[in-house]
Design a protein around this ligand. Structure first.
Ligand SMILES: [Zn+2]
Length: 97
């Protein structure tokens, strides 16, 4: 375990726009071949964006086309559906503070 005073990297959620610890967000990656997918490990190459594990945030990002703007690409409905399904699976159980 690392000491608590260590600086936590923060990232902005593409859905709600809040800054959150990177660890509590999930990375969405736009790969060179144009594929857009969830990257829970944060290791895939490509341009990335971050989203809360809350499906509502993904819906907001989808509606506002935030990923399309961030990645300068079109994202098909099927891709969003796959992202939503993957997010539901990748989301860790809610923790109480
Ligand atoms: Zn969010």
């Amino acid at each position: 375990m690392q000491p608590k005073q260590k600086k936590i990297p923060m990232r902005m959620c593409m859905g709600c726009g809040e800054m959150k610890p990177k660890r509590s967000l999930i990375r969405v990656v736009h790969q060179k071949d144009g594929a857009v997918l969830l990257d829970p490990g944060g290791k895939l190459p490509g341009r990335g964006g971050y989203i809360c594990t809350d499906p509502e945030c993904l819906k907001k990002a989808r509606k506002a086309r935030r990923f399309e703007k961030a990645f300068s690409c079109r994202i098909a409905d099927e891709v969003y559906d796959a992202l939503e399904a993957a997010l539901a699976e990748a989301a860790p159980e809610a923790e109480d503070d």
